[in-house]
Ligand binder design. Sequence first.
Ligand SMILES: [Zn+2]
Length: 79
Amino acid sequence: MKVKCTRCGNQREQASDVLYGGKIGETIRNNVCSICWTEWQDMEMKVINEYKLNFSDPNHRSFIMQKMKEFLNLLNVQK
Ligand SMILES: [Zn+2]
């Protein structure tokens, strides 16, 4: 399925390997292309290393989530 990507603005194949569930997972799949999703996954690694984040910490997880929404331009998509 093709989506109009919120990050690059192009009509492209949707991100398929999204591991997030629930509403955010759905939002990503419906709004982000596979190329930008791959770019985020690289960026996510950098963010995690830079801030020494730990996925088992809920505060760190919400920080990553915020960074992801900024990166993918999803802040105005999800209410
Ligand atoms: Zn894109």
